[in-house]
Unconditional design. Sequence first.
Length: 135
Amino acid sequence: MTTWPDDDVILYDGVCIFCSRWVRFVAARDADARFRFTAIQSPYGTRLAQAFGIDPDDPDTNAVIHGGVAYFKSDAALTVLSRLPAFGWTRILFAVPKSMRDAVYNLVARNRYRIFGKYDSCFVPDAALRTRVME
């Protein structure tokens, strides 16, 4: 189990259009502004990724730190979703075997640039979201 001192931090690929939309989706539904965000391409995000064995130049997963514990792949997505208002029902998806959940996650992750595209540089959040971004 990997720990980190900051809590409720989502590590995402800042040049991935799908990943950036995920950040906006979470931010728009996170009424308590619980989650903060860091792009893997930022100095803080790179340090976080390296601490968890994620290659910042070729990330294959997002991550979330919750309760001091790092979650990856489908565990990360479900951990975030299950803590958003109106999405608590997603906890039931933890009953699906991790190997099956991660197989779907890996399929999307492997093809995310081809399907959704890629920014030339890191996604820049609007002013409201910027206050929740850790650089």
